[in-house]
Design a protein around this ligand. Structure first.
Ligand code: ATP
Ligand code: MG
Length: 330
């Protein structure tokens, strides 16, 4: 495996040995005294502790007794005999990473983090110690912007692998159950073979169409701006995303997607998000249409804003505020 670039990314299937590889990388960096201040970032605080530090493939388990760090969970800190220190962080609490400085970082499963881009940016902005700060990211792929950007980055070295590469180290029961269940399925392509899947089958808007329709900027004046909300029925971890799209219609009849704010959000979260977008884009309402097909927790939300509705902006020219995220023509 190459560790000479500033970013190494291991994109591999479940049970490939991603976490073990990340832990071994940290161990090697510390033992060779290449780094002294390390960020360990997992999806949650519990994952950082249970997987990256204390797990079977984690740092404590793979360290030699004479070089094993002391772990202080209350301080989220590992301290090695040679003075190197690692601190654990949670990708779902990106502000934790605002401020601390490091000379190396190991990010486990960034594709699963709740705020992947924000947490990653904060992590990267703090990577400013030492002559050659480095990151290792170990993840099963998901089609998120952060992963696509990292894989495309010329500074990234990507190592790929599948679950099958690590069969000798996996329990026979796992092989029987999981591989037989998922092999040949779409989920299996992602979880076992680490394929970055392009489109959901039957998707109306394929990635190919979206990429081909991107524009460098949208018109400064749009005659109608819409904040469209498609609420998920529930708001648990396994729920669908609530779709929140800001779109505008130009005088020439072209429609532009100004921002995609979709996410796995609570009713309170998506309602606030939609109301913020509504005010930011000045999508003054002229019509509201309740989406009444599904009765769910969203109907108990009262924010005084357009919760659970589709708001359509007035058909008058309006300036598009700066800072719209995606610039796409559909
Ligand atoms: N080089 C190795 N030698 C021996 N055992 C290994 C090696 N690499 C991985 N393993 C073992 O294989 C199992 C899976 O490894 P690991 O947890 O690192 O996989 P993973 O890709 O992170 O899995 P997941 O996708 O569930 O996060 C663990 O029990 C680990 O100890
Ligand atoms: Mg793992």
């Amino acid at each position: 495996m190459l560790f000479s670039e500033s970013m190494v990314k291991i994109v591999a299937g479940r049970g490939f040995g991603k976490t073990r590889s990340g832990a071994e990388w940290v161990r090697e960096q510390v033992e060779r005294q290449r780094c002294e201040r390390i960020a360990l970032v997992a999806e949650t605080a519990a994952d950082a502790r249970n997987v990256m530090v204390e797990g079977e493939s984690g740092i404590l388990a793979i360290s030699r007794p004479d070089c094993r760090p002391i772990y202080e969970p209350s301080k989220r800190r590992l301290q090695w005999p040679n003075g190197a220190v690692a601190t654990t962080y949670a990708g779902d609490e990106p502000d934790q990473l605002r401020g601390p400085q490091h000379d190396a970082a190991w990010a486990d499963e960034p594709a699963k983090w709740k705020y992947p881009t924000l947490a990653w940016d904060n992590m990267e902005l703090g990577l400013r110690l030492g002559p050659d700060p480095r990151i290792v990211a170990t993840t099963t792929p998901r089609h998120i912007q952060l992963l696509r950007d990292l894989i495309r980055d010329p500074m990234t070295v990507v190592t790929r692998g599948s679950t099958y590469d690590n069969l000798p180290n996996l329990a026979p029961g796992f092989i029987d159950r999981v591989l037989k269940k998922y092999e040949g399925t779409r989920l299996g392509r992602q979880e076992l073979h680490a394929e970055l899947l392009e489109d959901v089958p039957g998707a109306l808007w394929t990635r190919k169409i979206i990429e081909a329709s991107r524009v460098p900027a949208f018109p400064s004046e749009l005659c109608r701006i819409v904040v469209a909300v498609d609420p998920a029925v529930s708001s648990g971890e396994e729920s669908n995303e609530t779709g929140i799209i800001v779109a505008g219609l130009a005088a020439n009849g072209h429609a532009f997607v100004l921002e995609d704010l979709s996410g796995r959000l609570s009713p309170d979260g998506w309602a606030r998000q939609a109301v913020r977008a509504y005010h930011h884009y000045r999508a003054r309402p002229d019509r509201r249409r309740s989406e009444q097909r599904r009765r769910s927790d969203r109907e108990r939300v009262a924010h005084g804003g357009p919760a659970g509705v589709v708001s359509l902006g007035a058909c008058q020219p309006r300036q598009v505020p700066a800072g719209g995220a995606d610039c796409r023509a559909l």
